[in-house]
Design a protein around this ligand. Structure first.
Ligand code: KDG
Length: 322
């Protein structure tokens, strides 16, 4: 059935409840969030074997993060760091929707993630290695970890998947573009939003929403960097995938968006779940859209990821607000 290994930082995620304000001392539920573990959880819920490699602090948040991810059926390979804390992220809601996200992650345990944290067998045994552009933004050691992981994957015939996930709060566009373009060149599949694709290509950022045609143009541009497949995620419009053989477009179902954070990760989980099952590019895109939509219909970055059983009974579309 295939397996996926991923590596990256997962943080304790504090979400201010609707109506409450953090500055006034509102009580906050503590969950977890991290792009790569979101993908790993999405895959595990669909019955795909997934492994998450990381580093967490030897603290309560580290215990929460590892227990939660393990509890979702993901194999956790996370070293405990006695000298650095688990990172934290605060998500403030307004009217029940995400309004502002703030990181408290500099010098976190996962910012010290390095090649030594990686068991090469975890990568060589997997069908797909999934990476994101967040990890290289965390520091020079995490960047080395990403490069080392790619090297092992290359040697063992493991497919390399990269979601650009540019985070402007972690590094500048000028810093990120050359690094991410280089990693994209070493990957087999690259996922990007229109702005991210434009950033890598040095093209002007899209103004307003991107069209399907523009998405295809951007995906073709990304192919030029080296990957065999490029997927441009178009949100409510769906996604475009391009290979040397041609372009495919899969439209998304209209749904009411409650919380779009994590939709990109869900899309990747859906896509990869079909990829490891040997599905066509179009079917991979379709499943990506299904998962991306499902996660938007529930609050939380990953909580709305469906199981196989839930896939056959999707939530009704609801009142379409987008
Ligand atoms: O893609 C969703 C992520 O943004 C979130 O879960 C946290 O990994 C995260 C990050 O670094 O932004």
């Amino acid at each position: 059935p295939g397996s996926v290994v991923t590596l990256g930082e997962t943080m304790a995620l504090l979400t201010t409840p609707t109506g409450g304000r953090l500055r006034s001392g509102a009580g906050v539920p503590v969950g977890i969030g991290g792009a790569e573990s979101n993908v790993a959880i999405g895959l595990a819920r669909l019955g795909v074997r997934s492994t998450w490699i990381s580093r967490v602090g030897d603290d309560a948040f580290g215990a929460l993060v590892t227990r939660e991810i393990r509890g979702e059926g993901v194999h956790v390979a996370a070293h405990l760091d006695a000298e650095a804390p688990t990172g934290m992220m605060v998500k403030e809601l307004r009217d029940g929707r995400p309004w502002r996200v703030r990181y408290y992650r500099s010098n976190s345990a996962a910012s010290r993630l390095g090649p030594d944290d990686i068991d090469p067998r975890a990568i060589s045994d997997a069908d797909v290695l999934h990476l994101t552009g967040i990890t290289p933004a965390l520091g020079s050691e995490p960047l080395r970890a990403v490069e080392y992981a790619i090297e092992i994957a290359r040697r063992s015939g493991t497919l390399v998947s990269l979601d650009i996930n540019f985070r402007a709060t972690l590094w500048s566009a000028e810093q990120a573009a050359p690094v991410l373009a280089r990693i994209a060149g070493a990957a087999d599949i690259v996922f990007a939003g229109p702005e991210e694709a434009a950033l890598l290509l040095g093209w002007p950022p899209p103004t307003g929403g991107s069209t399907v045609e523009h998405g295809e143009e951007l995906a073709r541009g990304l192919i030029g960097l080296g990957p065999e497949t490029a997927v441009v995620k178009l949100g409510a419009l769906g996604a475009v995938g391009v290979t040397a053989e041609g372009a495919h477009y899969a439209p998304a179902r209209s749904i009411a968006v409650v919380d779009a954070v994590g939709a990109g990760d869900a899309f990747v989980a859906g896509y990869l779940s079909e990829l490891v099952a040997g599905a066509s590019l179009l079917d991979c895109l379709r499943m990506g859209n299904v998962l991306g939509g499902a996660v938007c219909q529930q609050p939380g970055d990953w909580e709305g990821l469906p199981t196989r059983a839930e896939l056959t009974h999707p939530l009704p579309a609801g009142d379409v607000v987008r």
